[in-house]
Design a protein around this ligand. Structure first.
Ligand SMILES: *[C@@H]1O[C@H](CO)[C@@H](O)[C@H](O)[C@H]1NC(C)=O
Ligand SMILES: *[C@@H]1O[C@H](CO)[C@@H](O)[C@H](O)[C@H]1NC(C)=O
Ligand SMILES: *[C@@H]1O[C@H](CO)[C@@H](O)[C@H](O)[C@H]1NC(C)=O
Ligand SMILES: *[C@@H]1O[C@H](CO)[C@@H](O)[C@H](O)[C@H]1NC(C)=O
Ligand SMILES: *[C@@H]1O[C@H](CO)[C@@H](O)[C@H](O)[C@H]1NC(C)=O
Ligand SMILES: *[C@@H]1O[C@H](CO)[C@@H](O)[C@H](O)[C@H]1NC(C)=O
Ligand SMILES: *[C@@H]1O[C@H](CO)[C@@H](O)[C@H](O)[C@H]1NC(C)=O
Length: 679
């Protein structure tokens, strides 16, 4: 069944030119965000398949528990065994689990997968970066599965250094049987979790009986803004596209690869007013991931572009002056990827934004994170459940009032175990966007500490696996009575998330380290952020304070995130610095130096940043990442203080070591900060 791309609703894009300072010369920095007005992530996936289109599994006999078809993420993966090139893969292994498994079903009908398996950098990423605790099982949908298995193994062998070869080959398994001959439950998951499609070009010409349908790979979404709609276009040959060509105006340009960069071709054809371009690979060459390089990425181009294989029939028609028309479609196909975590639970793999095995690595790093988190959560502590599967939506958010354990002063460690899941089990039910989630607590309504911020997280764009444990021990003094009301909320227009929150109280054990034995007993709220414009720092006044008697340690505790986008990408994608100046001489600074880098947040999948989201989760940001807690910044200022006399403190925030001074659209800084006194 063929489906066309839905016409994008109003396409907004925000081009963010990163400060060059933020990027090493080698790092490509591309800061374009593509926002669709209806908030769906369809720029990447041609929409999820809806129930009425789901492939009928009745004949396969694979019903889950509850009589529902197929499996859900989180269900236990049934045992299976599969014949492989090396013998047999048995899951779970007799020796027990201890690894995560990624199952990938290949088809040569997908240009994306062709590129995934032929790109040198993609294969190298797998060989060099596939985490040690992970294994992969590769199968093929095609009747050529046996040859595909050998070919996939060769691709890996080809790029693996002698040093890496044995290790990687011991952890990847190749099935010579195609998916439709596996005879186990795996096809059921692949078919029922489908949201993949096969993007295709349809060529027609009056001379042909049948249209010619070819697989296509669209240019990197975060480079080229243009997307194909439902229209048909004339196809006009324009050689290698390395020079402008007036003949292509209003048509799709048909270009050979090579002789100049993809960028040059697109720019030339855009300046010739082409409606889009199709680059065909040289004979025997694979389809490539069309992308920009270096400074090219700073030029915005807005026509769509895709790569396809050479089409002799198209060339012949063009050479003989016959008209050729092209249109674009995406045909639904079963899923290509699924995961099984270290506990044997099925997991979705999210979106691979571009064809690279890096996305496997990030998912596997997150499985490792998830396993370590499970171990940490297994340590018994005094815990208090605040929210359990509570829907967080609207102005009020998710609210709960709970009694705290007695003897609060015994505890000097407070961790927040927070989770954000979705109304359904599948990511398809998860809200889009990376919104700030803030947790406020009020225990004593008459206290200045009522409704201060206790924790902050950022939602994962369209993925529901967020789960984090954050140490907020210095904020224990916010819990200044035995009964507290907790409010967790995000922007009121966000679609519903399902929130979980547990407080975990404990105390440091007696390892003899005196500074570990201290208890936070008093808290002084300091500054909140504001609009990051030229008035930003004028709003902050110095704060005078004295240190309470018997204080042993004083800390500044701050949670700071940058949002919005002025012409420098501030505060989300620009490098801002935040300073607390103590007694006029001691500067304590925090710099968001990964903001605006190409992979600043992707690198944090192993720390719990939800991988493979349906947005631009990869880029570094101002103090935060999509699908991650905001780490509190703590700095010990005891030695900077006069413990028996007056002290002063002031905060200021800078862009490029100066006051911010945007010309339009200033961003904003969301900050909560405290002085914490320990005894
Ligand atoms: C994949 O398909 C292309 C044409 O679309 C063909 O040239 C190539 O040989 C196929 N590769 C494999 C491994 O089957
Ligand atoms: C795998 O383990 C080796 C040795 O323990 C280590 O050097 C390497 O960095 C690890 N690789 C990954 C990708 O985790
Ligand atoms: C590259 O340029 C050369 C010289 O201009 C030309 O002969 C050749 O056809 C071009 N290659 C392609 C693939 O268009
Ligand atoms: C005490 O702390 C040390 C070091 O952090 C740890 O190794 C030990 O297991 C802890 N003991 C108890 C009883 O928690
Ligand atoms: C004691 O704990 C503090 C805070 O955790 C740490 O910075 C310091 O290095 C520790 N000292 C020793 C001797 O372990
Ligand atoms: C803080 O102290 C300084 C110097 O002692 C004084 O000039 C200033 O007025 C004080 N500010 C406030 C807000 O009390
Ligand atoms: C601390 O403040 C007291 C009271 O103003 C003063 O007498 C003392 O000299 C100060 N100590 C230092 C180290 O500045």
């Amino acid at each position: 069944m063929a489906r066309l791309y839905p016409a994008p609703l109003m396409l907004l894009f925000i081009a963010r030119l990163a400060s060059l300072q933020a990027s090493s010369a080698a790092a490509r920095v591309k800061l374009h965000l593509m926002h669709y007005a209806d908030g769906e992530a369809r720029e990447f996936t041609n929409t999820f398949k809806t129930t009425d289109q789901s492939i009928n599994l009745r004949s396969s006999g694979h019903y889950g528990k509850d009589g529902k078809l197929g499996f859900d993420p989180g269900d236990a993966a049934p045992a299976f065994q599969i014949k492989t090139l090396a013998g047999e893969f048995v899951y779970p292994p007799a020796a027990g689990l201890k690894f995560s498994l990624i199952i990938h079903a290949y088809t040569n009908k997908s240009a994306f997968l062709e590129c995934l398996w032929t790109s040198e950098s993609s294969l190298t990423d797998l060989v060099e970066g596939f985490p040690n605790n992970s294994q992969a099982l590769f199968v093929s949908y095609d009747d050529t599965a046996a040859a595909d298995a050998l070919w996939m193994r060769e691709q890996i062998q080809r790029v693996a250094t002698a040093q890496r070869r044995n290790d990687i080959l011991a952890r990847v398994h190749f099935s010579p049987l195609p998916v439709h001959e596996l005879g186990n439950w795996i096809p059921s998951v692949l078919y029922s979790w489908s949201y993949s499609g096969l993007p295709q070009v349809v060529f027609t010409s009056p001379e042909w009986d049948m249209p010619l349908v070819a697989k296509r790979l669209d240019a990197r979404y975060d480079w080229l803004m243009g997307r194909w709609g439902q229209k048909s276009f004339n196809l006009v040959g324009a050689g290698d596209g390395c020079k402008p060509s007036p003949a292509v105006a209003g048509a799709v340009a048909w270009l050979s690869e090579g002789n100049c960069s993809f960028f040059t071709k697109v720019r030339n054809m855009a300046s010739s007013e082409a409606s889009g371009i199709l680059v065909y690979a040289g004979m025997g060459h694979p389809i490539q991931d069309m992308n920009c390089e270096g400074s090219e990425c700073f030029t915005l181009l807005t026509i769509p572009a895709s790569m396809v294989h050479a089409q002799p029939a198209v060339d012949l028609a063009i050479q003989t002056g016959k008209p050729v028309t092209v249109s674009f479609q995406t045909t639904t196909f079963p899923n290509f990827f699924m995961g099984i975590d270290q506990q044997g639970a099925l997991a979705e793999m999210g979106l691979l934004i571009y064809p690279s095995f890096r996305f496997f690595n990030w998912q596997a790093q997150w499985f490792d994170f998830s396993e370590r988190l499970r171990e940490r959560l297994g340590v018994p502590v005094r815990d208090v459940t605040v929210l359990e599967d509570v829907v967080m939506q609207g102005d009020s958010g998710a609210v709960a009032t709970v009694d705290l354990p007695s003897g609060m002063t015994d505890f000097n460690i407070l961790e927040l175990e927070a989770s954000l899941s979705c109304p359904g089990k599948r990511d398809v039910t998860c809200p889009p966007w990376d919104h700030t989630v803030q947790l406020y607590v009020c225990c004593d309504h008459f206290s200045a500490l009522c409704n201060q911020e206790l924790g902050r997280w950022i939602t994962a764009f369209h993925r529901g696996t967020g789960h984090w444990l954050t140490d907020v021990s210095p904020l224990i003094p916010l819990l200044n009575s035995g009964r507290c009301t907790f409010t967790m909320k995000t922007v009121p227009w966000a679609k519903p998330w399902v929130a979980g929150l547990r407080l975990r109280f404990s105390h440091t054990n007696h390892t003899g380290n005196q500074s570990d034995q201290l208890y936070p007993f008093s808290l002084m709220p300091l500054y909140t952020g504001g609009v990051f414009d030229k008035e930003y720092n004028k709003r902050f006044q110095p704060i005078n304070f004295t240190v309470p008697l018997s204080t042993k340690k004083v800390e500044v505790y701050a949670v700071i995130t940058g949002h919005g986008s002025d012409e420098n990408g501030c505060g989300e994608f620009c490098v801002t610095s935040h300073h607390f100046l103590i007694n006029g001489v001691h500067k304590n600074s925090r710099v968001f130096d990964s903001a605006g880098t190409a992979l600043g947040c992707a690198m944090r999948a192993g720390e719990g940043a939800v991988p493979n989201e349906y947005g631009t989760w990869l880029y570094g940001r101002g103090g935060w990442c999509d699908g991650l807690q905001v780490d509190p910044w703590r700095t010990d200022i005891t030695k900077q203080l006069n413990l028996t006399g007056p002290n002063s403190l002031i905060y200021f925030g800078l862009y490029q070591d100066k006051d911010p001074n945007p010309t339009s659209n200033p961003g904003n800084i969301i900050m909560s900060s405290y002085l914490v006194f320990y005894k």
